[in-house]
Design a protein around this ligand. Structure first.
Ligand SMILES: O=c1ccn([C@@H]2O[C@H](COP(=O)(O)O)[C@@H](O)[C@H]2O)c(=O)[nH]1
Length: 245
């Protein structure tokens, strides 16, 4: 039975498929986040909390979501001296989140791996933000390097430091998979359903392309949380994922 067929015929075969879609709760308050989650209902199983919500009560809301059986990705993109990162990760691990991001700098990744030891938290290393292109990297002070090369370099370092997964654009997912192998996660923001506005994202693909290129999870925020019908938007992406598997 194809994944697409099983999605439409079995009451909850889609649990695993739905987990492939991580919905970014980029909204200004817990009240709005709660309302979005309620509207999406069982179409959403995995939610991401980033800066906007985290600093507006998002940690408490993360506990609420986990209590409802949802998975939570804390997209905090930590980057500091090693001791601070290690202790910060130790605190985050107590919340019961599934994923936490750190920037893919070796000291930071090493500290994060030490901080989550003995817990179920998975650390994801953010390689090159999907809003960056090669010109942005030069502006940020990097010697001319393509985003694809820098992603590959950082993915290899993340693998060597035993980080659980990589955040990159899906355009780099095939190369990253060849570097990190099958045992590590590839999580890709910069996903836009056909016809959706790119906004500030520069390295984008559609949900189907993201899955075909080898992403384990797709991160989508604005195309869902700003949609007139967030549940329909999430469902359409899950269907597209199922068809691409
Ligand atoms: O490289 C990265 C790392 C993280 N993000 C985050 O993902 C979502 C994407 O939001 P959209 O509205 O779907 O563009 C957002 O929360 C980012 O902080 C990323 O885009 N790129």
């Amino acid at each position: 039975m194809s994944a697409a067929m099983s999605l439409s015929t079995n009451p909850d075969p889609a649990g695993d498929i739905r987990d492939k879609l991580i919905i970014g709760l980029d909204v200004p308050s817990v009240e709005e986040a709660r309302s979005v989650v309620e509207r999406i209902g069982d179409a959403g199983t995995f939610y991401k909390i980033g800066y906007q919500l985290a600093y507006a009560g998002g940690f408490e809301f993360a506990r609420e979501l986990i209590g409802q059986g949802k998975k939570v990705f804390l997209d905090l993109k930590l980057h500091d001296i090693g001791n601070t990162v290690e202790e910060g990760v130790r605190s985050v691990a107590r919340l019961g989140a599934t994923f936490l991001t750190v920037h893919a700098y070796p000291q930071t990744m090493r500290a994060a791996v030490a901080g989550k030891a003995g817990t179920d938290l998975k650390i994801l290393a953010v390689t090159v933000l999907t809003s960056y292109d090669d010109i942005d990297l030069v502006e940020a002070g990097y010697a001319p390097v393509t985003s694809a090369e820098l992603v590959a370099h950082r993915a290899a370092q993340a693998r060597d430091l035993d980080v659980d997964g990589i955040v990159c654009a899906a355009t780099e997912a095939e190369r990253v998979r060849s570097i990190v192998g099958p045992g590590r996660l590839i999580v890709t923001p910069g996903i836009r359903p056909a016809g959706a506005e790119a906004g500030d994202q520069k390295r984008i693909v559609t949900p189907a392309e993201g899955i075909r290129l080898g992403a384990d999870h797709l991160v989508v925020a604005r195309p869902i949380v700003k949609a007139a019908d967030p549940r329909a938007a999430a469902d359409a992406i899950v269907r597209e994922i199922a068809q691409a598997l």
